[in-house]
Write a protein that binds this ligand. Structure first.
Ligand SMILES: [Zn+2]
Length: 416
């Protein structure tokens, strides 16, 4: 099944409410080895900073090729650039932390860094979080300009041609200054989910609400991504070839970024839509009330019969009115294959149970930092008895029904 709430590329599983609904009783499942391809290089303010292995490849490649060409200068520049990208992401991350959001990590890729913020920030916060990254590069650029001008070394970047720096000696500091200005200009392109696009969405969201703002920003982002992709392919862009800070047309990494923006925009829109659908709902609205339970002493054969007889995929296991486990379809099948149909449910079921109350907010209950809660959530009444459960399947049904109701409301409002 495809996940309705894909973790967004630029902000991780940003799917659970604001910063204030954090007291849900869930023990979030440990993140899967998410950064198996990354190397932790530092931890700042509790945020691990990781280098993606492709970044390492790039540095090795740069280092290897620089031996033949410009020597240590290029290595220095590369390290400096990567520091500037890391500081840019830290800018986002620390401002997000200040507003009370959780920043899971920062991963540095060759085409840029990504700070994963676990919740979807409010518009006013998002505006400042998005601006903070480029603002860091503005500060770095100002400092570099100061250093360079003190020694009379500020180069005239307007003389350069299409990203090909010409007409001045390329020292690491000058290249870094150029790179920081380019980082600011590039990131502020209003291509959601890039920083400029986030600023656009935040500004729109102040007036239009987050969902409509996301729709518009995602549309603009995808339009810009198509232009960027065509430019990256070299299909158009000759007139821009000599504009300072414009990369030369026919640039492969632009194409990669264009793809990233294009799919990132639709993923974020989808995530926002799903989130909107569970907002303001409580658990009892979405839970299944009629279901079959098993006893720990039941055989797997009995469980298999129930699986066939019902449309249920997950079975609460109950012993004298107390829930002691959950048996999922997959666990049942595995148990049947490994232990045979005479084995007991108790030996196969999972004892890791996620409980919720009927009046809990649905959104934090069904989301964990990695997206949708995959295990069913069991709902207990005030007396501790099992009164319902929320599964992936019926959560999907609930969101579909809400979506239809919303669409009807909207069309009726439009007609009025
Ligand atoms: Zn940024």
């Amino acid at each position: 099944m495809s996940l309705p709430l894909p973790p967004s590329p630029s902000s991780g599983g940003k799917n659970s409410g604001g910063p204030n609904n954090k007291d849900n009783k869930l023990k979030p499942t440990e993140p899967a080895v998410r950064n198996a391809w990354s190397l932790r290089i530092a931890t700042v303010s509790g945020i691990p900073i990781q280098l993606h292995f492709t970044f390492l490849l790039m540095i090795i490649w740069f280092a290897a090729s620089s031996i033949a060409t410009t020597g240590a200068g290029l290595v220095l520049f590369t390290l400096g650039l990567f520091t500037c990208v890391a500081l840019h992401e830290l800018g986002h991350a620390l401002v997000a932390q200040r507003f009370g959001y959780t920043v899971r990590d920062i991963v540095l890729y060759p085409i840029g860094g990504v700070a994963s913020i676990e919740q979807s920030p409010r518009a006013r916060h998002e505006l400042l979080i998005a601006i903070a990254g480029p603002a860091v590069n503005v500060v770095i650029a100002l400092i570099l300009t100061g250093i360079l001008s003190a020694t009379g070394q500020v180069p005239d970047f307007t003389q350069t041609q299409g990203g090909a720096l010409a007409g001045f000696e390329k020292t690491p500091l000058r290249l870094l200054l150029y790179a920081n200005i380019a980082l600011v200009l590039f990131n502020m392109i209003p291509a959601f989910p890039m920083d400029g696009g986030r600023v656009l969405r935040a500004l729109l969201a102040l007036r239009l609400g987050k969902l409509r703002a996301t729709r518009i920003a995602a549309g603009v982002g995808q339009f810009v991504a198509v232009l960027m992709g065509l430019y990256g392919l070299g299909i158009f862009g000759r007139p821009f070839a000599n504009v300072p800070f414009f990369p030369a047309p026919g640039n492969f990494s632009l194409l990669i970024i264009a793809l990233f923006v294009f799919f990132g925009a639709s993923q974020e829109l989808q995530a926002e839509q799903s989130q909107e659908m569970v907002e303001d709902a409580v658990v009892s609205e979405a839970m299944v009330r009629e279901f079959t339970t098993l006893a720990p002493g039941d055989s797997l054969r009995r469980a298999a019969e129930v699986l066939l007889a019902t449309s249920q995929q997950d079975f609460p296991v109950v012993l004298s009115e107390e829930v002691v486990g959950v048996l999922s379809r997959n666990q049942l099948l595995r148990g049947l294959a490994q232990e045979g149909d005479t084995a007991y449910v108790a030996g196969t079921m999972s004892r890791d149970i996620v409980f919720a109350g009927p009046n809990d907010d649905l959104e934090p209950v069904m989301m964990n930092p990695n997206g949708v809660q995959k295990a069913p959530v069991l709902v207990r009444g005030a007396d501790g008895h099992l009164i319902g459960m929320v599964t992936m399947e019926n959560l999907m049904e609930f969101m579909t029904l809400r979506q239809i109701a919303r669409a009807r409301d909207e069309s009726e409002r439009d007609r009025a």
